[in-house]
Design a protein around this ligand. Structure first.
Ligand code: B1M
Length: 233
């Protein structure tokens, strides 16, 4: 029996459990992440705290060792799957809202990019804040955004990119919207680890969102502005 097997998650203190969840996420242990997430919730933790302190922080550590060549794609995929298992438990809790709908958002990861954890998180948090969210998934060419815009008539178009090689594609989408004369009909928000505010401005997005919480705040701010504009029109 390995040391790992002897750890009983429910007997750990909160701090120890969070630490253990970072290790379990690192090791891609889906069942343990499921169990740990549930234990923290049962102990009265807010779903958002479980998400940020146990899961997102764990994934940050994975990201560092991936960058440094200590972890490789197959291992990171296991970590991502474990993270998704935890997110699946948190999702209904984060999206539980009786609030009236604030607006509609179409969101997708751009062409050439298959990272979806951050995008999914943004979608979850937006739903939790009272937005309708249409998730286009990963690897989206400009046509997918245009099709969804026409069909769904969202207020907001969100794009995610995690690679320096795929982030320029966001400009392709925005430029195509401009060519079609529809750019200004929508709020365009962009996000993803390699982006920054300057990049967001340079490609013509309305705003760059550092994380899911900022995405929600920014989306709310733009919806308020839109309503004010409509009232004053
Ligand atoms: Co990838 N990967 N990966 N990867 N991967 C990164 C991004 C990388 C930084 C790792 C590293 O080197 N440190 C690096 C990119 C380097 C660069 O471009 N400069 C990298 C690489 C190189 C690659 C491959 C090329 C590796 C290879 O094949 N050799 C390959 C590319 C595949 C492709 O897309 N074509 C690849 C593959 C993978 C996996 C499949 C193994 C897996 C993805 C699994 C999945 O998503 N289903 C994976 C993962 C997991 C990562 C890291 C470790 C973690 C990403 C993540 O989920 N973070 C990542 C390292 C890192 O970012 N530190 C890395 C947690 C998530 C909550 O954060 O996604 O940043 P994040 O989202 C945040 C904000 O950015 C923001 O809000 C979110 C929540 O707060 N946000 C938005 C994101 N999207 C938004 C959209 C919005 C608003 C806000 O719209 C309005």
């Amino acid at each position: 029996m390995s040391d790992e097997d002897e750890i009983i998650l429910s007997e750990l203190s909160d701090d120890e459990l969070v630490q253990q969840m970072h290790d379990d996420l690192y090791d891609g242990l889906k069942d343990e992440i499921t169990e740990g997430t549930q234990i923290l919730l049962d102990r009265g933790w807010a779903p958002y705290d479980v998400l940020t302190k146990a899961l997102v922080e764990g994934m940050r550590i994975v990201g560092e060792d991936f960058r440094d060549g200590i972890l490789f794609v197959p291992e990171v995929l296991l970590s991502a799957n474990a993270m998704k298992a935890g997110m699946a438990i948190l999702r209904p809790l984060l999206v539980e809202t009786g609030a009236p709908k604030l607006g509609k958002m179409v969101i997708g990861t751009v062409k050439g990019d298959i990272h979806d954890i951050g995008k999914n998180l943004v979608g979850m948090m937006m739903e939790g804040a009272g937005f309708d969210v249409i998730d286009l998934g990963i690897n989206n060419p400009v046509e997918n955004y245009l099709e969804a815009i026409e069909k769904e008539q969202p207020d907001i178009v969100g794009m995610s990119a995690l690679l320096t090689t795929t982030m320029p594609y966001m400009k392709v989408v925005i430029d195509t919207m401009k060519e079609k004369g529809i750019r200004d009909d929508y709020v365009v928000l962009v996000g993803g680890a390699p982006l920054n505010e300057e990049f967001g401005r340079a490609i013509g997005a309305d705003a760059y969102c550092r994380d899911a919480a900022v995405a929600v705040e920014t989306a709310k701010m733009f919806m308020k502005r839109r309503h004010n504009q409509m009232e004053n029109a």
